[in-house]
Write a protein that binds this ligand. Sequence first.
Ligand SMILES: C[S@@+](CC[C@H](N)C(=O)[O-])C[C@H]1O[C@@H](n2cnc3c(N)ncnc32)[C@H](O)[C@@H]1O
Length: 473
Amino acid sequence: MSKAKTEKKRARQAANGNKGAQAKKGKPAIWDGNVRDAALTILLAVDQNQAYSNLLLHQTIEKYKIDAKDRGLLTELTYGTLQYKMTLDYYLEPYVRGKLDDWVRWLLRLSLYQIVYLDKIPDHAAVNEAVEIAKHRARHRGVSATVNGILRSILREGVQDTTKIEDVATRISIETSHPEWLVRRYIDAFGVEKTEDLLIENNFPPLQTVRVNATKADTTKGLETLWEEKYAVRRSQTIPECLHIVEGQPAKSQAFKDGVITIQDESSMIPAYALDVKPGMRVYDMCSAPGGKTTHIAEKMNNEGELIATDLHQHKMKLIQQNADRLGLSIIQTQVMDGRKATEAFEKESFDRILVDAPCSGLGVIRRKPDIKYTKSEADFASLHAIQLDLLESAYELLKVGGKMVYSTCTIDKLENNGTVEAFLEKHPDLVLAPVVNAPEALTELRETGMMQVFPQDFNSDGFFVAAFEKKA
Ligand SMILES: C[S@@+](CC[C@H](N)C(=O)[O-])C[C@H]1O[C@@H](n2cnc3c(N)ncnc32)[C@H](O)[C@@H]1O
């Protein structure tokens, strides 16, 4: 890993914060003021209960009203340890004899993360804290002695040098902490350099971005509104209605409550452009919850026309309506539906525009959910590819001749993205990729070809894929 690259990304990491949403699985960590102990509890829950790290972290912070200083450290320790789990195991390996309980291994990873990656925490403090936690949690003293012994040996003797690993995929896998099968899959698809850049980027927090609601304010007004509220914000150079939040929690702003802004990753703002909607059109958003793109489409339609938003999951539907209400968008009609059966509910060839923002492996959002990289397996791609094709088939039936449809995912995988597009086009000679001439200039590939894979390192957004099609007569 290049030192300059790492330093640049670390500086950005310091400038930005992480964010999350509501927790689903797992319980918030018990909070007694001990940041490391809380981080350990979250890491164990993520590992054992398949709880989502971002959700659990957020829930812990909200439940115990953890202050900004501890919140920053808790976030850093939880994400950092999870992000570098495999690297940390590689460093621990020569020092561990015999089997360790899961919590002891996570405690060692957590402590070693501080020693290796965090300058602001003195090594002896990381070791002492680890020993205290071990004493507190273990039934016998042997555990704290083991933790103490391993960490002090590492401090004395150092960690293994990863640059000596000969096989390039193995080296990248260990250095960036991504499973080797995924590294090899990426190298095959994108080459070594792009893969390495991508996997390094995955270990840094995402930039917070918001979208200004064009039916309420232009981008300048949105920017000024947030400045007045003392948020550190700047314009994006990529998507015109996107603002980059340098500091602050936009979800707590008055601008958010007033429906002037929506929190959305910048990549997710691309499909509404690709769809090329106009006021008055009849539009269908097939996989729409929680409605980030639906509401963007409604804004681009100037809240005029008909916009039907479906999703498979009942419990997610109210999120779309809540978002629409907050943003003052009245044209959205929500319905629970399996997109594969939408042809039973709607007339064929009756929509001007259709978005299929499909379920996918989510490998583009590893920065937000580092646990994803350890839980996916190669078998997942083929089944997702099949569902994606079924959804597109259904959308094809519903699209008017001369209409446009868009396929998008938040993943970086050739089979799910280019593979799905190729299989779909092969089946329908009357469909062509439609260059998105109205797309912002920075999206050159989309403007020229109608298809684009966005990598997180391209403009610091989520990894994302979008393809636009037109149904010819
Ligand atoms: C990538 S998310 C959509 C995000 C959404 N478009 C947005 O911008 O907020 C994919 C969605 O597809 C939904 N989904 C999965 N299978 C589906 C199906 N067979 N029919 C309709 N929706 C489905 C999931 O519930 C999930 O909400």
